[in-house]
Structure formats: structure tokens, C-alpha cells
Write a protein that binds this ligand. Structure first.
Ligand SMILES: C[S@@+](CC[C@H](N)C(=O)[O-])C[C@H]1O[C@@H](n2cnc3c(N)ncnc32)[C@H](O)[C@@H]1O
Length: 225
């Protein structure tokens, strides 16, 4: 992401971190979808999982449940305010094996044994999802998993009203309302998500793609050969 884009995203998510935390945790049905995305990682007790763009940590309970007390969860995000909400969650729950790192997920180096990477509602914010997903895949151990959970315009029949509502949500949740793009921000989002899913499909085995919530939500997962 350009320096200006990064700063705008950090300011935006920093300002709305508390509200985001509420919506990320309380939106009906979302926790189940988070759980389904985490299932795609194929985690086992004792594993190490990295969550890119972890935000306020709404996935942590799902990840912790799968890796158990001897596993490790690392949350990476570049927005201080979002990480502060995540830190509050970790302290409130008394989780000792959840660690937080403030860093750019597009440049984050995966070191040591990494069993899985998760990114939910993040790849649509990456300037170059192809390169970034490739870098993540390179850092995951053989047999490990990568899963993405994203929203996008639906292709279902009768999807017009759903897509109108979705476009409104994209404008509200994109730094600057997405006015800095040459195309409508929902098209940019769709293209980036499609590119990320394509890269994942090319490089993984046992790849699965599913659509939920009238086709607005997509979950993609695969294993490193
Ligand atoms: C829409 S929120 C999703 C948060 C969380 N994954 C969830 O599902 O609730 C996007 C998050 O990604 C973070 N983010 C976006 N691009 C990033 C990057 N390149 N590096 C690190 N964090 C990033 C933002 O700071 C924000 O917290």
C-alpha cells in the first residue's frame, strides 16, 4: 500500500476501532463464518497460526480453541487503535499464548515453523494481493493451511438489493469513502479478493471455495503441498 494509503487506513481504523470491535464481534452469524474459515486451516493442538490484519481479535477465540493452550496465535495489524482493542481482549480473557505485533502484513516475514495463516476481511485492502499471498504461502510449512474470509458483490440471481446494501457498506468502511480509486471501490475490492483467491487456488491443494450470506461472503482455504 502506498504510504498515503497506509496512513489513511491506519487513521480510519484507529478512529473507528471501538465501534469496529463491537460490530466484528456482535454481527449476527459472523462468528459462525469466522469459525468456518478457521476450520479450513486444519489446525491441531500445539500449532502456530498467524492472523494477518487481525484487527480487534474477533477470530482469536476460534484460533485458540483449535491450537489449545500449547499452541501459539500471533495477530499482526498495522493500526495501533485496532491492536489496542485486541490487547484489551487478550488481557480480559487472560490468554497467555496470543501475541500481537504491529507491522505491515504485506511485508511481514514468516519465520520458523508456521502451521497456518488466516486473513479475514483484509486482502481487499492489499495493493498487490498476488505478491502478498505468495509471500504468505512461501512462509507456511508443508501441510499447513491458508484461509481467507472476504465479502464481495454477489452473483446470485436477484442479488441487486443485496449488492446495493453491500456497496453502501463498502463506502462506509473504506478510508476516504474510496474516492481515491479510479473505479468504484466495490469493484476494486472484488478484483483484489478474486486475485487473492486465484493465487491461493494455484498454489494449494485440497482447495475449497464456498459462498455464504446470499453470496456476499466467500471463504477460501487450501493446504500447502
Ligand atoms: C476490515 S478490518 C478486519 C479485521 C479482522 N480481520 C476482522 O475480521 O474483524 C481490516 C484490518 O486489516 C488491517 N490491515 C489492512 N491492511 C493491512 C496491512 N497491510 N498490514 C497490517 N494490517 C492491515 C487494518 O488495520 C484493519 O485492522
Amino acid at each position: 500500500m502506498s504510504e498515503r494509503g497506509t496512513t489513511a487506513a491506519q487513521q480510519f481504523y484507529g478512529r473507528w476501532a471501538r465501534l469496529y470491535d463491537f460490530l466484528a464481534s456482535a454481527t449476527p452469524g459472523l462468528s459462525q463464518l469466522r469459525g468456518r474459515a478457521v476450520d479450513e486451516l486444519g489446525l491441531a493442538s500445539g500449532d502456530t497460526v498467524i492472523e494477518m490484519g487481525c484487527g480487534t481479535g474477533a477470530n482469536f477465540s476460534h484460533l485458540r480453541k483449535r491450537v489449545g493452550p500449547n499452541g501459539t496465535v500471533v495477530g499482526v495489524d498495522f493500526t495501533r487503535g485496532m491492536l489496542q482493542q485486541a490487547r484489551n481482549r487478550v488481557e480480559r480473557e487472560g490468554w497467555k499464548n496470543v501475541h500481537l505485533v504491529q507491522a505491515d502484513a504485506a511485508a511481514f516475514e514468516l519465520r520458523g515453523e508456521v502451521d497456518a495463516v488466516l486473513a479475514t476481511f483484509v486482502v481487499g485492502m492489499l495493493d498487490d494481493p498476488h505478491t502478498t499471498i505468495g509471500r504468505w504461502l512461501d512462509g507456511i510449512s508443508s501441510g499447513g493451511g491458508l484461509a481467507l474470509l472476504d465479502a464481495g458483490q454477489s452473483t446470485h440471481p436477484y442479488s441487486w438489493p443485496v449488492n446495493q446494501a453491500f456497496r453502501g457498506l463498502v463506502i462506509a468502511s473504506t478510508p476516504g469513502g474510496g474516492t481515491n480509486f479510479e473505479k468504484p471501490p466495490w469493484n476494486v475490492l472484488d478484483e483484489r479478493v478474486a486475485e487473492a483467491r486465484r493465487m491461493l487456488s494455484e498454489r494449494t491443494v485440497e482447495t475449497s471455495n464456498s459462498e455464504h450470506a446470499l453470496g456476499i461472503v466467500r471463504i477460501t482455504g487450501g493446504k500447502i503441498p
